[in-house]
Design a protein around this ligand. Sequence first.
Ligand SMILES: C[S@@+](CC[C@H](N)C(=O)[O-])C[C@H]1O[C@@H](n2cnc3c(N)ncnc32)[C@H](O)[C@@H]1O
Length: 228
Amino acid sequence: MATEEKETVRRAACGVPEAGATDAPGNTPHTTRSTLLHEFRTILQPLTLTDHFPTPQPLEVELGCGDGSFIVEWAQRNPGRNLLGVERLLGRIRKPDKRGRRAGLTNLSLVRIEISYFLEQLLPAASTDAIHVYFPDPWPKVKHARHRLINERFPALARRALKPGGVVHLRTDHVDYFAQMLAVFRADAAFTEVETPADLAAVTTDFEREFNAKGIPTNRSSWRMTGA
Ligand SMILES: C[S@@+](CC[C@H](N)C(=O)[O-])C[C@H]1O[C@@H](n2cnc3c(N)ncnc32)[C@H](O)[C@@H]1O
């Protein structure tokens, strides 16, 4: 195979645009992508964001994106931002892949990986404008609470990932977990609580709609990194 041809095949496999491709930001069809689910060449080095998105623009990450009810709609509404969804279950992450491709999104990429490893090893430092964590598993039994994603270690992981001024957005139905979320962020002087923007709160997730339909309200909070 000629070198140029090999490069085309490699780029298509990794979801990278053809050399010289001129995609406009956002939702323009990006014909070389057969899947939005990232195929890792290695998980031993931080991600190269240009492998995920044809256009460099602000990056937002959703941790535990599930079946993508939030991230697909948020990507559609914000073509000037790149959205990266993280989820470990293949059966779930296939849904936003399908819906995102159908919608012709070029500002959506999905990675199937464990969240802690992703935050510690793969997400480049100071790369991210916003982190969304919606309805993370509550681990309601006291003896299992140590498995919660938003624990005392999480703010430091978020600080590493965020650009200065970046924001963490949290939602949960679970009152005790919400108290824990507030406590760990209040304990970190680098974060200041801010209002969740109304346009963001208006985009609900599947879990959120299910809880709200049963009369269980959403607890939400947002934290801006104002210090180092
Ligand atoms: C309760 S669901 C919420 C999904 C979505 N955010 C929503 O609100 O509809 C939590 C999701 O996080 C994923 N998840 C939980 N722990 C994870 C981990 N350590 N790494 C990757 N995904 C994880 C689960 O597979 C699940 O899809």
